[in-house]
Structure formats: structure tokens, C-alpha cells
Design a protein around this ligand. Structure first.
Ligand code: AMP
Length: 555
């Protein structure tokens, strides 16, 4: 027998607004800090749903957002899906033609846009007006003074759009399979691929990630997603925090490390989340500025590997890093690196080695790791293969992309494209993206491992490693390093390869170290190796001369 209702988002807000009506939702906006509580928030989501219904929006219609993290964007998170429409968050940092493709593919009927992003959006519209044919209304996220002078037509400000609407809405009982959200993967090659999230996918992701085995969010938490709300629903945290009745803090448009630090201090944030580059920025800022992190208990770091050195530095500051792994296709969280009972007693080296792994799958997800011979690998921490996953919040297809479906899904499993090992305790460790792994002399070199080791050096701010073509060895690793301002580059160029050689097989030693000002980043803040590969495609690198006897494969 089925339960009396399907698994949908609305009861999370129903509960928060009644049981935690005074708990705050705070956001940094173009007009300064704004704050209200769950009771007011629930009213505003009803006003938004009424406004959308008046605009002719019906069940199944898609509503796009081109917005940073703030309370109005959060209002669309419950308002849109709970009326039966589909919230489609759009990454504004993507190239214009991708934004156009995404809007056309999703056929968004309304687009919500931040004042500071309106010009960028208008640029995309003027480049390809046909792609935006489905859009009947642009809504600018502010009041009437926020209307920008750009050709988006018709355009209304959010406060006028929702202002006169009733705070009551007769929310429908939705089916679990009703599409509720949508996000496109930034896809390093080819066009972005759309992933649809149903009500029950978002519900089950919320229920799994709220547990201690997930992110462990509770009513006494103050949660600030630094990860953008256009990046897989800010990893689902706006939903999870609401389910918990926690206080929300949103850092607003283009937050700087100073903004992040200021909000942690002022709002007493206990839990925050973001990609490693955000935390590199904060740690650098803290070198020259006094920041009080005493309220902060935990940081979720994911999206790219959290270097062990970063986990150690935050530990020294009294902040526990929860290293999480996931994908857009997985709503997004798959695994979190928590220690098992007893491991707390292990020595520091073993503990950090475990915590720097991508960790244990959260309850509800199954996985298998398939090697090049199509066999499941042994869980011995050494054999590796491609990680396949399945579970209630993992999609089984891309939106209207049959050729990609064929490639990325098999018998109900999502083939992640991530190459991993699994240790006897069940912790996965990401060796590389399949396309980033360096193949040298028939053996594999993990670029992720090298990057983490390089970034542990005190004088290195950022580092990434790519495989460059080599006549004899097919590929050799070359390190691209952003040195600290005070670093002695000559010394560093010698020290870094030696450091690698001391830790790893000799042939893992990078052939060359190239100093750059900044590692190029993708629209979600990850290191963009594709750009480096293109930029340096004609470059002659030093040949590190792999010593005879230490050839790849001989160790
Ligand atoms: P996206 O769908 O854009 O969020 O990208 C998903 C991909 O990011 C994964 O397939 C991984 O390659 C990478 N990724 C996510 N989390 C981690 C992590 N903790 N460590 C290493 N790579 C990660």
C-alpha cells in the first residue's frame, strides 16, 4: 500500500513555517542585508505562486532563474515546484550561446534575473533572440528602483510582480514523479545536458543529506551555502535547511572572501559549503585579516577534491571539513567522508588520509566500480575503475539527449566518468576524471593526487596538473602553479618536482613546472584544464627525462 501522500517538498516548508516561524532567513542583496522569518517566507512563496498563476503558468511549465544566492531566489525554490511548475536554475557564468541553448531547450516561460546579471542576459538574448522565443516575462530580482536599462521585454520588478498578491495559495497535492527542478551540467565538451529533478528525487535527497551520515543539519544550525544556487540547487541545502528548521544565510551577488567572512561573523554561521576555490580565497584573506570563525563548526567542501592540506588547516582553526562528492545528475550528493567509529583513535596521518577521500556513499545509494575489462574491482584501495551509481535521487536520463543517454547510462546505473579506488572500509577515492587521467608508458598517473600534493606546499596558492603529449611515454605530467606572492620561483621550480618524487613513483615527477597568475576556472569554480590544454597546445615543455629503470610500469 502506498503512503497517504507522495514524497514532495511542500511539507518541509509547511512544518518550518509552523514549528519554526521566527527562525530567520538572511540575505546580502544589492540593497544591503535583508532579513525575515519562515512565517513571512511562506507568505511570500504563496504570493509568488499567485503571481505566476496570474501570468498563466500551469503545472509542468518551466521557470528559469539567472540569479545569485538571496532570499528572492530562495522564494522560487519552494514557490515554483510547490505549485507544480519546474524551477530551472541557470548558470549565468556560462558563455552566452550556452545560456541561449539552455533556455531554448528548456522552453522557459518566465525568467527571473538579478539586476547585476540583466546586462549579461540581455547580451545572450540579442545574440540569439530566437532561443528566447518561449520567454513571456522577465522579472528583475529587486524593487522598482532595480529595473536596469537593458532591452529585456517585457520586464517587471519582483516586488511589483508579487506585491499585491494574496498570501494564501491552495497548494496542490502533487505526484512524486512531477518534475520540480532542472539544472544543466556545464559539460566540458559539447552542449550542456539537462537533468530534471522530480519532487521525489528532491525529497529523498533532502532526507538522506539531513542525516548525520549526510550533512547532519539540525534546527540549531545557521546554514550559509556559498555554493551558488544555480549549481545543483546549492547542493540541495536550501531544501535541507528548511526541512531542519535551520536559519538560512545567503551571501548574495559575487561574494568576496571579505563578504563570506563578514557573514560568518555577523550571522554566526555554523555550517557553510562550497568548492575548494572559495576556501582557498578565504584562507588567503585570513592571512592579512583578522576573522572570527568561532561560530563555524563545519564546512562542506566538494565539486572538486578538497586537498588534505586544506582539511588540516581548517581543523587547526577548529572547523571540521566534510569532504563531499556528487554530480549534477545526482541532485547532487553521493558520498561524504565521515570517519567510522573507532577511526577517531587512529593517528593523524591515517585519519587525514581517510578524510581526504571522497568517502562513504550516503544511505540510499548503491555503487559498483567497473574496470577496463568490464569486471568489478576489488575493494583493496589500489585497483581502480569507473564508478557507477544508482539511487532514488540519481537521474536515469538527460533531457532530450538520446545519444548522451546511451553513453552515460547502463541498466539503471549512471556511469559517472570518475575513476576511483575503494578501500576495504568502503571509502571511495577519486583518482581522476576519466578524461583527465595521465597515461604515461601504459601506466596511470593521478592528476588529482599530484595537485593535492603540490597545494600542500606553503608557497603554492593553486596548482593543477595536465598530461601533455610525449613521443616516448605518450603523455607526461606538467604542473601549472600559482605561487604565493612571496615565493621564490626558482627555488619552487626545483623543490616541487623533488617533493613529488619523494612521495610517489619516480615517473610521477612532473616534467615541467609552469608558473601562471591564475588557474582558469569553469562556470562552477572548478579548475578548467581544457582552457590550459588549449592555451599551451603549442608550447614546448622541458623533458623531465624519466630515468632508466624508473620507467613507467617498472615500479
Ligand atoms: P558537476 O556535475 O558539475 O557538479 O560535476 C561533477 C563532477 O565534479 C564529478 O563527476 C567529479 O568529477 C567532480 N567532483 C565533485 N565532487 C568532487 C570531489 N569531492 N572530489 C573530486 N571531484 C569531485
Amino acid at each position: 500500500m502506498p503512503g497517504s501522500t507522495d514524497q514532495t517538498l511542500r511539507p518541509f516548508l509547511w512544518r518550518a513555517a509552523r514549528m519554526f516561524p521566527d527562525v530567520e532567513i538572511v540575505s546580502r542583496t544589492h540593497d544591503g542585508i535583508e532579513r525575515y522569518d519562515y512565517a513571512a517566507y511562506e507568505n511570500r512563496t504563496a504570493q509568488l505562486a499567485n503571481a505566476l498563476r496570474d501570468a498563466g503558468i500551469e503545472r509542468g511549465d518551466r521557470i528559469g532563474t539567472v540569479c545569485w544566492n538571496h532570499h528572492r531566489h530562495f522564494e522560487t525554490y519552494f514557490g515554483v515546484p510547490s505549485m507544480g511548475a519546474q524551477l530551472h536554475t541557470i548558470n549565468p557564468l556560462l558563455p552566452d550561446e550556452h545560456v541561449g541553448y539552455i533556455v531554448e531547450n528548456a522552453a522557459d516561460r518566465v525568467l527571473f534575473v538579478d539586476p547585476s546579471l540583466a546586462e549579461k542576459l540581455a547580451g545572450a538574448v540579442s545574440e540569439d533572440p530566437d532561443a528566447f522565443e518561449s520567454v513571456e516575462q522577465y522579472v528583475v530580482m529587486g524593487d522598482e528602483d532595480s529595473i536596469p536599462d537593458v532591452p529585456l521585454d517585457p520586464m517587471v520588478d519582483y516586488e511589483s510582480f508579487v506585491g499585491d498578491e494574496s498570501t494564501a495559495y491552495d497548494w496542490p497535492q502533487l505526484a512524486g514523479e512531477q518534475p520540480a527542478g532542472m539544472c544543466y551540467t556545464s559539460g566540458t565538451t559539447g552542449r550542456p545536458k539537462g537533468v530534471e529533478y522530480t519532487q521525489e528525487m528532491l525529497w529523498s535527497h533532502t532526507m538522506a543529506t539531513i542525516t548525520p551520515q549526510g550533512l547532519g543539519i539540525d534546527a540549531d544550525d545557521v546554514v550559509m551555502p556559498a555554493v551558488p544556487m544555480f549549481h545543483v540547487n546549492a547542493w540541495g541545502m536550501p531544501f535541507t535547511s528548511t526541512a531542519a528548521g535551520a536559519k538560512h544565510v545567503y551571501p548574495g551577488p559575487s561574494p568576496t572572501p571579505a563578504d563570506i567572512a563578514g557573514l560568518i561573523e555577523d550571522e554566526e554561521v555554523t555550517l557553510t559549503a562550497g568548492v575548494p576555490t572559495v576556501w582557498i580565497g578565504l584562507l588567503e584573506y585570513m592571512e592579512d585579516n583578522e576573522v572570527d570563525l568561532s561560530s563555524l563548526e563545519r564546512i562542506v567542501i566538494g565539486g572538486s577534491a578538497a586537498p588534505e592540506s586544506m582539511i588540516r588547516r581548517f581543523d587547526d582553526l577548529g572547523v571540521e571539513v566534510m569532504h563531499a562528492w556528487g554530480m549534477t545528475e545526482m541532485s547532487p550528493i553521493g558520498s561524504v567522508s565521515h570517519l567510522k567509529p573507532g577511526m577517531e583513535e587512529w593517528n593523524a596521518e591515517r585519519r587525514y588520509e581517510k578524510r581526504a577521500k571522497q568517502g562513504l556513499m550516503v544511505p540510499g545509494i548503491e555503487f559498483q566500480v567497473i574496470d577496463e575489462g568490464s569486471e568489478e574491482i576489488e575493494w583493496n584501495g589500489e585497483d581502480f575503475g569507473e564508478l557507477w551509481v544508482r539511487g532514488p535521487w540519481i537521474t536515469t536520463e538527460y533531457y532530450e539527449r538520446p545519444e548522451a543517454n546511451e553513453e552515460d547510462f547502463e541498466e539503471g546505473w549512471l556511469k559517472t566518468g570518475d575513476v576511483v579506488t575503494v578501500d576495504p572500509e568502503g571509502y571511495i577515492k577519486l583518482v581522476d576524471r576519466a578524461k583527465d587521467v595521465i597515461k604515461s608508458g601504459g601506466e596511470w598517473i593521478s592528476s588529482v593526487e599530484l595537485e593535492n600534493e603540490l597545494m600542500a606546499h606553503d608557497d603554492v596558492a593553486e596548482a593543477t596538473v595536465i598530461g601533455v603529449p610525449h613521443e616516448r611515454w605518450q603523455e607526461r605530467p606538467v604542473a601549472f602553479v600559482v605561487p604565493d606572492e612571496r615565493a621564490d620561483r626558482n627555488a619552487l621550480a626545483e623543490e616541487l618536482p623533488e617533493m613529488i618524487e619523494a612521495e610517489y613513483p619516480k615517473w610521477w615527477r612532473p616534467d615541467d613546472v609552469v608558473f601562471i597568475d591564475e588557474v582558469p576556472k569553469t562556470a562552477t569554480g572548478k579548475f578548467d584544464k581544457k582552457v590550459l590544454r588549449e592555451e599551451y597546445s603549442d608550447e614546448e615543455f622541458a623533458d623531465g627525462q624519466v630515468p632508466e629503470g624508473a620507467a613507467p610500469g617498472s615500479e
